[in-house]
Write a protein that binds this ligand. Structure first.
Ligand SMILES: [Zn+2]
Ligand SMILES: [Zn+2]
Length: 88
């Protein structure tokens, strides 16, 4: 399965066939809106990620968190914060 083009709930076009620029402020790296560049697992956002799309430099894989997909730095901080909170 794979989706080259689809429309997100907020009206943005997404899919690996859609060329875009990294959603990080001031970053101009060209990416596509495929799952490889998605923050989180689900287009549009989920419990992991915000659903924006980032270049490889602005995506982080949380090796310490089982099952975590790659996320942007902001979401990584949030997940790590929640993870710490739940361990207290
Ligand atoms: Zn994010
Ligand atoms: Zn970037």
């Amino acid at each position: 399965m794979g989706y080259a083009f689809y429309t997100l709930a907020d009206g943005r076009e997404a899919g690996y066939g859609v060329t875009a620029v990294c959603d990080e402020k001031d970053c101009t790296v060209e990416i596509d809106r495929g799952l490889a560049y998605l923050c989180g697992e689900t287009p549009g956002g989920d419990e992991w990620g915000c659903g924006d799309y980032f270049c490889g430099q602005h995506l982080t894989l949380l090796l310490d968190v089982p099952d975590a997909p790659h996320t942007c730095n902001r979401c990584a901080d949030r997940i790590l914060g929640e993870d710490k909170a739940s361990q207290l």
